[in-house]
Write a protein that binds this ligand. Structure first.
Ligand SMILES: Cc1cc2nc3c(=O)[nH]c(=O)nc-3n(C[C@H](O)[C@H](O)[C@H](O)COP(=O)(O)O)c2cc1C
Length: 158
């Protein structure tokens, strides 16, 4: 099986997860979407897409790519500022599932975890004690356990 992992990452959180997943998919190719527009998706049987969450869906770079993926076996992952247990995270999963499914892809793996929020963003956002607490929790992610769980999720592919 030929596999490719394509990711988009602004501040490095999603890149860490992409690199972890890369270690567990044999002979997979790892590509930063921004660095390579010449990949022929038709060459791959299994396509893994990783992005960061921007307004409850994938960031525009990965979104543009996803719109061009059709009839494929898919894995996807993302990092987000919110808690992975939140209603918001569930909405993100629903939104991303929909993107892949409307192009007749089959989703075989999903993974998501929290990622530190760019301090440039938190500096301009209105804060409340509750929000600050959430930002503090996010700041330590992805951590070792997040990377371990990403590897677990993408290991043992048939
Ligand atoms: C412009 C912008 C919009 C964001 N929107 C959301 C959002 O809607 N929900 C969320 O949980 N996190 C949001 N985040 C947080 C990022 O998804 C999170 O920090 C992610 O881990 C960044 O990944 P990266 O380091 O790979 O760029 C946003 C961040 C930015 C910069």
């Amino acid at each position: 099986m030929k596999s490719i992992i394509l990711y988009s990452s602004n501040t490095g959180n999603t890149k860490k997860i992409a690199e972890a997943i890369h270690t567990t998919i044999p002979n997979s190719v790892l590509v930063n979407i921004k660095d390579n527009n010449e990949v022929n998706l038709e060459d791959y049987d299994f396509i893994v897409v990783g992005g960061w969450i921007d307004r409850a869906t994938l960031d525009t770079t990965s979104l543009t790519l996803v719109k061009n993926i059709k009839n494929k076996k898919i894995g996807y992952f993302f990092t987000l500022g919110a808690s992975p247990d939140s209603e918001h995270a569930k909405n993100c999963v629903d939104n991303i599932d929909k993107l892949f499914l409307e192009n007749n892809n089959s989703i075989v793996k999903r993974y998501f975890c929290q990622g530190a929020i760019d301090p440039k963003l938190t500096a301009i956002m209105s804060s409340s004690p509750e929000r600050k607490k959430r930002w503090e929790i996010a700041a330590s992610h992805p951590d070792e356990n997040d990377l371990f769980m990403a590897i677990q999720t993408f290991s043992n592919l048939i």
